[in-house]
Design a protein. Structure first.
Ligand code: C5P
Length: 400
C-alpha cells in the first residue's frame, strides 16, 4: 500500500544549493500520489525560481507572510491546517536553528510553528556547519519534539569540501515522508469499523436515514490500515471511495450492518463504531410503493439493535470504541454513554454548531475512557483519525 496516496504535503524549500533538487522531490511525491504545495523562504528563491516549483506542483508557490492576495486565497494558518505533513527539503542550518527557537518571521517558519502535522527535515549544508555543536544541539531538541530527520548523506559538496551535509536523494525523502504515516502500532491486529448512515426501508423507494457522510469512519479505517492493522470496514451507503488496502463491506440497513459486523468479528481485536446507525426502523417495510391517498398516515417504528453495545457485551469482547454526536453537554452525555454501553472508549463531538462534525471535512473530538480523557483539537478528519488511532492503540495496549 502506498501511504502517500491522497496525502496533502507541504514542501518547505529553504536557502541552500540543494534547493535545485526540490522540483524532483515535488515530482516524486506527486508520483507517489500526494498533493503537494510549496512554500519557499526568501533565500530559497535565490537558488531556484518559484515558477519552476509552481510548474511541477501545479499550485501557486507561497513565499511571503504579508501577501494580502495569497493570504486571502489560503492564509498561513489554513495552509498549516491543510497539510497532512510538512517536508523541509533542503533544511538549511539557519532554518533548523529558527525552527528550534520557534520563530515565525517568515511564511515557512510560521507554517511550521502553526501546524500540528508531522514534520520531516532533510538537512543540507556545509560539513562544518553540520558538525557544529549548535546545529547538532538544535537537531537533538527537534528530534526530542518528534521531528523526523532524513540524512544528510556524505560526499563531495558544492563548496568543494568532502563530508556529511549533502541532502539525500529525492527518492529517499519520499520514502521517509511515507514513513511519517506508518506507525506500525497496530501491526498484526484485526480492526472492524462501522461507518456512514443506515437506510431503513419504508417501501421499495423510500427510506429513513441521516446526514452522516461516512468521512470520519473511512478516515479511521485508512489510519488503522496505515498503523499496520488488517481492517474490515462495514459501511452504510456513502459516496466515498473505499480506502486502499481495507476490506470494505457495503450494507444498507442497521440489521444488515449488524449481520455484517457479526460475520467480521472472528479474531477481532478492536471494534470502532463510527456509523450513525438509525435508532428505529419501520416495523414493516411495504412490499409495494405506498400510494398517496390524502389520508393521514402513521409509521410504526421499532428499535434497531445497538450494534456497539452488543459487541461490547460479548465475552471475550474486542476493545470497543464508540462515537457520540451531541448538541450540548458533550462530556457528561459521552461519559454516561461510555458507562451505559459498557465500552472502553468514546470519541465525542459537537454537532449542529459551526462547520465541524457531520458532513464536514474537519472535526474536533473529546476522547474519554474510564480513567482519563484527551481533547483532539480541530483538524481535518484524516489527520484527526490518525491521532485517534494512535490513542486507541495506546489504550488498547494499556488495557491488555
Ligand atoms: O446511542 P448513540 O446512537 O448516541 O451511540 C452512538 C454510538 O453507538 C456510535 O458509536 C454508533 O456507531 C453506535 N451505535 C451502534 N448501533 C446503534 C446505535 C448506535 O453501533 N443502533
Amino acid at each position: 500500500m502506498n501511504t502517500l496516496s491522497a496525502k496533502r504535503l507541504l514542501l518547505v524549500v529553504t536557502g541552500g544549493i540543494a534547493a535545485y533538487k526540490a522540483p524532483d522531490v515535488v515530482r516524486r511525491l506527486r508520483d507517489a500520489g500526494a498533493e503537494v504545495r510549496v512554500v519557499m523562504t526568501p533565500a530559497a528563491t535565490a537558488f531556484i525560481t518559484p515558477l519552476t516549483l509552481q510548474a511541477v506542483s501545479g499550485h501557486d508557490v507561497r513565499e511571503g507572510l504579508f501577501d494580502p492576495a495569497a493570504e486571502a486565497a489560503m492564509g498561513h494558518i489554513e495552509l498549516a491546517r491543510w497539510c497532512d505533513a510538512l517536508v523541509v527539503a533542503p533544511a538549511s542550518a539557519d532554518f533548523i536553528a529558527r525552527l528550534r527557537l520557534g520563530q515565525a518571521d517568515d511564511l515557512a517558519s510560521a507554517v511550521c510553528l502553526a501546524t500540528g502535522a508531522p514534520l520531516l527535515l532533510a538537512p543540507a549544508m556545509n560539513r562544518q556547519m553540520w558538525a557544529h555543536p549548535a546545529t547538532q544541539d538544535n537537531l537533538a531538541a527537534l528530534r526530542e519534539r518528534g521531528v523526523a530527520v532524513v540524512g544528510p548523506g556524505s560526499g563531495s559538496q558544492a563548496c568543494g569540501e568532502v563530508g556529511p551535509g549533502r541532502m539525500v536523494e529525492a527518492e529517499t525523502i519520499v520514502t521517509a515522508a511515507g514513513a511519517l504515516f506508518e506507525s506500525g502500532r497496530l501491526a498484526g491486529r484485526r480492526v472492524v469499523i462501522t461507518a456512514g448512515p443506515t437506510r431503513e426501508a419504508i417501501d421499495p423507494v423510500r427510506f429513513i436515514s441521516n446526514h452522516s457522510s461516512g468521512k470520519m469512519g473511512y478516515a479511521v479505517a485508512a489510519a488503522a490500515r496505515e498503523a499496520g492493522a488488517s481492517v474490515t470496514l462495514v459501511s452504510g451507503p456513502t459516496g466515498l471511495e473505499p480506502p486502499a488496502g481495507v476490506h470494505t463491506v457495503r450494507v444498507e440497513s442497521a440489521l444488515d450492518m449488524f449481520a455484517a459486523v457479526r460475520a467480521a468479528l472472528a479474531g477481532c481485536d478492536i471494534f470502532i463504531a463510527t456509523a450513525a446507525v438509525a435508532d428505529y426502523r419501520p416495523a414493516q417495510a411495504a412490499a409495494g410503493k405506498i400510494k398517496r391517498d390524502g389520508e393521514t398516515r402513521t409509521l410504526e417504528l421499532v428499535p434497531n439493535p445497538d450494534i456497539l453495545a452488543s459487541v461490547a457485551a460479548l465475552t471475550p469482547a474486542p476493545f470497543t470504541v464508540g462515537f457520540a454526536a451531541e448538541t450540548h453537554d458533550v462530556e457528561a452525555y459521552a461519559r454516561a454513554k461510555l458507562e451505559r454501553k459498557g465500552i472502553d472508549m468514546i470519541a465525542a463531538n459537537l454537532v449542529g454548531e459551526g462547520d465541524v462534525g457531520f458532513n464536514s471535512d474537519d472535526n474536533e473530538l473529546l476522547v474519554l475512557w474510564r480513567d482519563g480523557e484527551q481533547r483532539l483539537e480541530r483538524a481535518p478528519k484524516t489527520r484527526l483519525a490518525r491521532t485517534l488511532v494512535e490513542l486507541v492503540a495506546a489504550r488498547y495496549a494499556a488495557a491488555r
